[in-house]
Each structure stands twice: as C-alpha cells, then as structure tokens.
Design a protein around this ligand. Sequence first.
Ligand code: SAH
Length: 242
Amino acid sequence: MTVFLVGAGPGDAELLTVRAARLLAVADVIVHDRLVEGSVLELARRGAELIDVGKEPGRFTSQSMINDLLVSLGRRYEIVVRLKGGDPFVFGRGGEEMIALSDAGVASEVVPGVTSAFAGPLAAGIPVTHRGLSRGVTVVTGHLESHDDGYFRRLANPDLTLVVLMGVSARSSIAAQLIDGGLSSETPVAVIESAWTARESVTRAVLRDLGALNVSSPAIIVIGPCAALSVRELMAETSALV
Ligand code: SAH
C-alpha cells in the first residue's frame, strides 16, 4: 500500500543505499527502467514480480501509463518499488509520479540514489569541482527539445563544470552553441559511457571535437577544466579487499 520511488544508483549494485537494498529484498513488485542493471535486480526477493517499463514497447509508451500502473499496483500490493537509475529526482520524473500517486490517494516515499551526474564523472577520476579550476557545477539535460532556443549558448561559463545528461545525440549542437557563447574550443571534455557497469568507457577530447566523437548513450558529458583531471590513478585498489 506504499509505492517507494527508489534510486538505483549509476549501475554497480554496491552503490545502492542500504535502504534501497532492504526494500528490494522485501518488495512484492518492482517496476524498473531500462537503465537499471541486472546485478541490482538480483537483490529482489525470490518470487517478486519484476516489471520493465523501459523495454516493453507498446505496453508502457507514455508517462501517464506508468503513473496508472503505479497507482493500480499501489492499491493492490503492500510494498511496491519504483526503481529508477541514479536518483529518482534527477531527470527521473520521480516528482511527476509522486504527484500522480498522491492525486490517486496512494501513499509514496522517496529513497535518494547516487546520481550519474556526479558518479559518472567520478568513474573517470574527474572531480566535478576542484579548487582553482571550477567554482561549481551545472547539471543539465541535453535532450533536443531543451536547447532549440540556443539554451546552451547561455550556459557558456569557464568557471563552472557543465555536466550534460541525455546529451549524446545533440553533442554537435551543444558544442557549437557553447563555443558561440564564448567558451574556448580548447575546453577539456570527457564522455563517460555506461559508468559503473562492465561496459564503462571514457573518452577525452576538447570541445571542438565533441561532435565527432564516436560515443553512444547512456553517457555523461563533462565540459570544463575539471574534465582534464584524472585522479583515478591516485585511488587505491581497494575492491579486492572489501
Ligand atoms: N535519474 C538518473 C538520470 C536519468 S536520465 C540519474 O540520477 O543518474 C538518463 C541519463 O542519465 C542518460 O541518458 C545518461 O546521460 C545518464 N546516465 C544514467 N546512468 C548512467 C551511467 N551509468 N553512465 C552514464 N550515463 C548515465
């Protein structure tokens, strides 16, 4: 009778919160997206129903269909987990689903997750802020509809790190707009594909070359002086120990 909107983190099941892991172990039904890794779903209780709303074309084509599904499951089951990649409230439509549940009188709760906006760069050894290099970080969607109006031109700021989610298909236009807005074409760029999964891959370049990079979604694009950093080699190899 409660729908839990749970962040699954960027990929690796080790990066779940304790609360997320505990809820997965007791949920009656888990409604998940395409981005959620198999290793996370393995934590589900044996016998739990798993519903993939990202991969079944035709069945859950719109957000309103997902909202309706959550409402009906929430009325039927004790513990429903709505599992989302990263954090449910970072481009995850978690807010929309909560409002729909509340409108239907179904109780809900949110469990935050480690967002790919920060954990993605970290996978490449990139700190999104660094004293002397970046005063802050701007997280934006690169989805086409959001920047038809020259939006990225206004985001050109050499003092900030720009982290773009869902930006792969529009990467040429993003780079062109940022350069047009005054950002140097030599600004460091990094693209982290499938961070924290077995398919992880990191590509580094400068802004001028972003459009020509051979990269695919899901990926995080990092733009700014911090994108040239890599503290990864400074990290201890602790995974063998714990
Ligand atoms: N709520 C999620 C974001 C959902 S939007 C979060 O907080 O991370 C989907 C976008 O997130 C993808 O297009 C991609 O840009 C990014 N993304 C999510 N997981 C990722 C991963 N493991 N590696 C790289 N990018 C990822």
